[in-house]
Design a protein around this ligand. Structure first.
Ligand code: CMP
Length: 137
């Protein structure tokens, strides 16, 4: 069983898509092992996306991620990291395949509705950034 970290981003929470996205997660065989709704501070968002700090979209991305509530998730499944990325679809919804979350719900490359860890190393870092082990069940 592998763990990955996911976020339902402010654009999706604002449009009442939490339930629809969780339904896709559960019906695709993921166990929701950790879940919390929160609003990120600038400090949390900048720390979380630290790897992107030199990218031109960094300020806009971190501002957007603090613009409203988000849902933070720890997901478990065999090959969870790849499976969640496949279910989300490509970062840019214009490139996302039919039936993926981003194809169906994302508004733009920035307001792309969900986040997912891209490697085992980042998944471990991202889970521990927001969750303590006692919050993962
Ligand atoms: P995410 O999977 O959360 O990882 C980094 C995020 O940066 C990404 O989703 C997008 O929301 C955002 N992002 C990536 N590339 C761009 C881009 N070219 N312009 C704006 N935002 C981007």
């Amino acid at each position: 069983m592998e763990r990955t970290f996911a976020i339902i981003k402010p654009d999706a929470v604002e449009r009442n898509l939490i339930g629809k996205i969780l339904e896709r997660i559960e019906s695709n065989g993921f166990k929701i092992a950790g879940m919390k709704k929160t609003q990120l501070s600038q400090k949390e968002a900048k720390g979380f996306y630290y790897v992107h700090k030199e990218r031109p979209f960094f300020d806009s991305l971190t501002e957007f991620m603090c613009s409203g509530p988000v849902v933070l998730l720890v997901l478990e499944k065999e090959n969870a990291i790849t499976a969640w990325r496949d279910l989300m679809g490509a970062t840019n919804p214009e490139d996302a395949k039919e039936g993926t979350i981003r194809k169906d719900f994302a508004l733009s490359i920035e307001k792309n509705s969900t986040h997912g860890s891209d490697s085992a190393e980042n998944a471990a870092y991202e889970v521990s950034y927001f969750f303590s082990e006692t919050e993962i069940l």
